[in-house]
Design a protein around this ligand. Sequence first.
Ligand code: NCD
Length: 308
Amino acid sequence: MKHLISAADLTRDEALLILDTAEELAAVSERSIKKLPTLRGRTVVNLFFEDSTRTRISFEAAAKRLSADVINFSVKGSSVSKGESLKDTALTLEAMGADAVVIRHSASGAPHRLAGWVRGSVVNAGDGTHEHPTQALLDAFSMRRRMGRLEGLKVAVVGDVLHSRVARSNVLLLHALGAEVTLVAPPTLLPVAVENWPCQVSYDLDAVLPKSDVVMMLRVQLERMNAAYFPSAREYSRRYGLDRDRFRKLHEDAIVMHPGPMNRGMEISAEVADSPRSTIVEQVANGVTVRMAVLYLLLGGAIGRDIK
Ligand code: NCD
């Protein structure tokens, strides 16, 4: 594996290798000294054209824990704001000897283009409404840790599927790993051709909740909405928000996930978000471990050589 651009690029075995490597690396994250020498002398560039808190910091922490040199490039204050193209930016990074480029971009397909221009590995950290494969990997890792398995697990992914790269990557990855996904959303927030995705679709959250082992709530992405997709925030919450009453419909072992950032009070109530059955904070911690595994495998680390 050279690049990680889409969850669809991963076979079941490759996905499991990443999750298992992350499991080994998790032990390192629990030590007081969290660093491994594996990527010493290698350079990882974080190229973020879109706002991000947890994903950018997570990749930075992951690369640093593997002793890589990290260059954080954000668009504000760079020549991109002077109109420099993605290609020229890529050639600049290439000249600086980047071994891996982690890219987030508002255009779906930008990481794919970038991979054609640089020699290093490209990792997609979210492209438009297309994909966010490391988020899906950290979600699968978090589910497996809490529930003990992925095979046969019933996962509901709820909310603004239309604008969500998290939903698409999760459907593809979870399907490959044997979980059963149901997307739940109002018809206006489902993408065209969703019937071709390897999952079920429902408009009725109350019917799906009691049958679910995992409920993944998606952020309503108001910044990507240029039209009215639902009558009002209140109406959306009433039908598709996970509040205390709906939470009671879940069976007692079911867990609640959210990739963050949350609109508390809209798609999820504060009480549910902060409950012991919410994995939201664990997802952030697991994100670092899973991204370490991805960088480790892409940049040629051999498992077992220096984890121990
Ligand atoms: C997601 C993203 O940026 O796609 N967030 C994340 O990476 N943790 C989801 C979102 O923005 O709602």
